[in-house]
Design a protein around this ligand. Structure first.
Ligand SMILES: [Zn+2]
Length: 215
């Protein structure tokens, strides 16, 4: 398992809802709620980035940082590990749950808000992009705008887990085949482990992933 900071992580529903949260250009903004009680709920994922057909995809790293390299064939092959956050949020403007992919630096960025606003999901925060499209220095500013309590168990706040959707969940054998052939085997292990290589990079609601959990 390659998740970090997962002490007692509580996730809110496991259905496959959620598209990506994107602010495209300088000055774009949106009002969101981060769907976490506090920092302890936010999980990071250690992933490998690989080319699958035309697309780059994330694949879940199979080992914890303190486990031997050979637990994960991609690590054993000296492929780089990237820690990523896939933040679950509810976009008040779009009226749907979305996932925002960020670097692990966002742990720090979010912690101030999580300490101040408990539970964090009750706070509506406006996010504003500073930086033009493609600008590597792009930053996002957060402006807490109102505190309105919600029922976090409400179905509309269900957000899909990234593992098995955005992050491919491959076995060691499948990784070895990828290393040998440059592609994953077409048939995955287990009858319902059916996320194919043709899956779009942006995952929208896909009923056949219902029920998958990150852990
Ligand atoms: Zn690995």
């Amino acid at each position: 398992m390659a998740m970090f900071n997962m002490n007692d992580a509580d996730n809110y529903g496991s259905s496959s809802k959620g598209s990506f949260f994107v602010l495209k250009d300088d000055g774009d903004k949106a009002r969101v709620r981060f769907l976490y009680n506090g920092m302890e709920d936010i999980m990071g994922y250690a992933v490998h980035r690989v080319q699958v057909g035309e697309k780059e995809r994330y694949v879940n790293c199979l080992r914890a940082y303190n486990e031997p390299l050979d637990k994960c064939p991609f690590c054993a092959a000296q492929m780089k590990i990237t820690p990523r956050l896939f933040l679950k949020l509810y976009n008040e403007d779009a009226g749907e749950t979305q996932i925002w992919e960020r670097s692990k630096l966002y742990y720090q960025k979010l912690s101030g808000y999580a300490n101040r606003y408990k539970p964090l999901y009750n706070e509506v925060i406006e996010i504003e992009r500073h930086g033009k499209k493609g600008d590597k220095q792009t930053d996002y500013q957060f402006f807490p705008i109102e505190n309105t309590p919600i029922e976090i168990d409400d179905e509309k706040y269900d957000c899909s887990d990234p593992l098995g959707t955005i992050i491919l969940d491959k076995t060691a054998d499948e990784m070895v085949e990828y290393i040998n052939t440059g592609d994953f085997p077409q048939t995955s292990n287990g009858g319902n482990n059916n996320h194919s290589n043709d899956e779009p990079a942006i995952v929208r609601r896909t009923p056949n992933n219902t029920g998958r959990r990150a852990f």
